[in-house]
Design a protein around this ligand. Sequence first.
Ligand SMILES: *Cc1c(COP(=O)(O)O)cnc(C)c1O
Length: 229
Amino acid sequence: MTDISKSLQEVHQRIEDAAIDAGRSADDIRLLAVSKTKPVSAIREAHAAGQTAFGENYLQDALPKIQALQSLCLEWHYIGRIQSNKTKEIAENFAWVHGIDKLKHAKRLSAQRDEQIKPLQCCIQVNLSGEESKGGVTPKELPELAHAIAKLPGLQLRGLMTMPDPNSSSEVQSAVFIELAQLLEKLKTSGLTLDTLSMGMSGDLEQAIAAGSNMVRIGTDIFGARELR
Ligand SMILES: *Cc1c(COP(=O)(O)O)cnc(C)c1O
């Protein structure tokens, strides 16, 4: 067994244990393998071990990998910051985008998505840690943005994404995850059909699953530590 397949198995076990603790089914929780900075060979190994969804956040690194692995029919998720001049490449190469926080970007992605293929699946990023430097809308701005995005033909709004401050305590991280879950419920009550809570990384997947996450984004604990970039 390779290191990556062993790590994947361990992550699946953590998801399973966290689901049981939360009285949930692990089948309802998707694992997104975050392969940013990792080579094509590592992604092939993960795929050979059964992983099909991969997250990337540096567009220029991701595009050659997506090209090289086209024959595997992987599901690519863009989890990085969105820049206006990059929306076309995102719309053309990814199945999902997790970090939408501006209507301007959403409109561009929608217009640039090929009508012949499935709409781009997307999550709005919410900033619940109050850090100015982080992306994401405030809870106050969220309802208006969500209803506007839900009307765009090239996008399918699936839910919400957040990233707690990695330096905060596990209690604070839990509170952030619970708040995101409540915001999703409020949007559903307001008439939107949403099903995705994208939250939980290597260090906090248990808290995220306890709060209702159904898509965890795991990099380090599958592929090992990253080189600083
Ligand atoms: C890097 C990254 C992850 C994965 O983080 P790990 O701590 O390595 O599991 C998840 N989500 C986003 C948005 C990231 O940029």
